[in-house]
Design a binder for this molecule. Structure first.
Ligand code: NAP
Ligand code: ZN
Length: 346
C-alpha cells in the first residue's frame, strides 16, 4: 500500500486537519501521480458540510488535481513516468454503457466513481487531491501541456470543463448573447470560454466590486443584479444564461432576462430544490437545463484548447493550513477567482 499524507474532514462539523491513509498499489492499468497543486471547488465545501447528501468520513476533498507521474502500470499506454498529468471529478465508470461509449462517462448509467466522497468499484472509499499522491486508472487521467502555468491549470479540471462542456454542447458562440451568473471559480472560466468562442458575454453579479475584473477577463458587459435599473435594461436579451451560483437563489428573476427560446443552463448546485412556475417558461418557450463536468475526451480537448489559446484560471495560491480561511472567503463570494493549494505545503 502507498502511505499518503492528506488534509481531511473527520465529520461535517470539523475543520480540515492533517490525516494519513493508504492508497492502493499501482495496478497494471494505473498511474501514480505526485500531486503538485489542487484547486478548491465550492463542491468541496458543499460535501464536507453534508449539504448535498450524507458524506463518507473521513473525507479528503479535491478534484482539480495536477502533478507529475511517478509510476505507471505494465499495461499503461498513454502515459510515462515524468509526464505532467491531471485528474478531475471522476476516477472510474463502467466503460461499457451507451454514455461511456459516447465519451460521456460523467453520465455513466451505473454512476461514475467520484474522485472523493464515493465508493470505488472495489468498495473502498475514494480520497481526493488535498493529498500528496493519487493512483488512478489511466483512462481517467488527462495530459497537461508544459506550456501553461501548472498551478493555474488545476482549476481547469473542474471549473474549466464544467463551463466548457455546456457552452460546446449548446454551440454558444458568435452571434449569441451569453450571461454568466456569479463571478467565482466556475463563472470566471465561463467568461473566458464564452469570449474565446465569440459570444457577447455579460456578467450578472451580486458584487459591484468585481466589474473591473470581469472586463479584464474579457466580459463585454457587467450587471449588478441588486440594481433594478440595470436589470431592466437587460430584460429579454440573452440567448443563454450560464448559472454558476452555489447559494440558494431565485432563478425566475434570471429567466425573465432570456430571449424567446432562450436556455438557462444550471451548473451551480445549490442544496434547495428550484421552484420554477410554468409561467416563467411557457410564454417565451424557455428552457431550464443542467450539465455536469464533461467526459474524459472532452476534458482533454478543453485542455488542448487552453494550451493553444493560452487560457488558464486566475488563481490565488494558498498554503494548505489556510484552507478554512479560504472556505470562509468562498462563502462570502470573495474568491478571485480560484484558490489553489500548493501541495508542497502539506
Ligand atoms: P464560487 O467560486 O463560490 O462562486 C460562486 C459565485 O456565485 C460567487 O462568487 C458569487 O459571485 C455568486 N453568488 C454567491 N452567492 C450568491 C447568491 N446568493 N446569489 C447570487 N449569486 C451568488 O463557487 P464555484 O466553485 O464556482 O461553484 C459554483 C457552484 O457550482 C457550486 O454549487 C458547485 O458545487 C457547483 N459545481 C457544479 C459542477 C457541475 O458539474 N455541475 C462542477 C463544479 C462546481 P458574484 O460575487 O459575482 O455574485
Ligand atoms: Zn468542482
Amino acid at each position: 500500500m502507498i502511505q499518503t499524507k492528506a488534509y481531511a474532514a473527520q465529520s461535517p462539523t470539523t475543520d480540515l486537519a492533517p490525516w494519513n491513509f493508504e492508497r492502493r498499489e499501482v495496478g497494471s492499468h494505473d498511474v501514480q501521480i505526485d500531486i503538485h497543486y489542487c484547486g478548491v471547488c465550492h463542491s468541496d465545501l458543499h460535501q464536507i458540510r453534508n449539504e448535498w447528501f450524507p458524506g463518507i468520513f473521513p473525507m479528503v476533498p479535491g478534484h482539480e488535481i495536477v502533478g507529475r507521474i511517478t509510476k505507471v502500470g505494465d499495461h499503461v499506454k498513454k502515459f510515462k513516468v515524468d509526464d505532467l498529468a491531471g485528474v478531475g471529478c471522476m476516477v472510474d465508470s463502467c466503460q461499457v454503457c451507451y454514455n461511456c461509449q459516447d465519451g460521456l462517462e460523467q453520465y455513466c448509467v451505473e454512476g461514475n466513481t467520484q474522485t472523493y466522497n464515493n465508493l470505488g468499484r472495489d468498495g473502498q472509499p475514494t480520497y481526493g487531491g488535498y493529498s500528496n499522491t493519487i493512483v488512478v486508472r489511466e483512462e481517467f487521467v488527462v495530459g497537461i501541456s508544459a506550456k501553461l502555468d501548472l498551478a493555474a491549470v488545476a482549476p481547469l479540471l473542474c471549473a474549466g470543463i464544467t463551463t466548457y462542456s455546456p457552452l460546446r454542447y449548446w454551440k454558444v458562440g458568435k452571434g449569441h448573447k451569453l450571461a454568466v451568473v456569479g463571478l467565482g471559480g466556475l463563472g470566471h472560466m465561463g467568461v473566458k470560454f464564452g469570449v474565446a468562442f465569440g459570444a457577447e458575454v455579460t456578467v450578472l453579479s451580486t458584487s459591484p466590486s468585481k466589474e473591473q475584473d470581469a472586463r479584464a477577463l474579457g466580459a463585454h458587459n457587467f450587471v449588478v443584479t441588486s440594481d433594478a435599473e440595470q436589470l431592466k435594461a437587460v430584460q429579454g436579451s440573452f440567448d443563454f444564461i450560464l448559472d454558476t451560483v452555489a447559494a440558494d437563489h431565485d432563478v425566475n428573476m434570471y429567466l425573465s432576462l432570456l430571449k424567446t427560446s432562450g436556455t438557462h443552463i444550471l451548473v451551480g448546485a445549490p442544496s434547495k430544490p428550484l421552484e420554477v412556475p410554468a409561467f416563467s417558461l411557457i410564454p417565451g418557450r424557455k428552457s431550464v437545463a443542467g450539465s455536469t463536468i464533461g467526459g474524459i475526451a472532452e476534458t482533454q480537448e478543453m485542455l488542448d484548447f487552453c494550451a493553444e489559446h493560452g487560457i488558464v484560471s486566475d488563481i490565488e495560491l494558498i498554503d494548505i493550513k489556510d484552507i478554512t480561511g479560504a472556505y470562509e472567503r468562498m462563502l462570502k463570494g470573495d474568491v478571485r477567482y480560484r484558490f489553489v493549494i500548493d501541495i508542497a505545503t502539506l
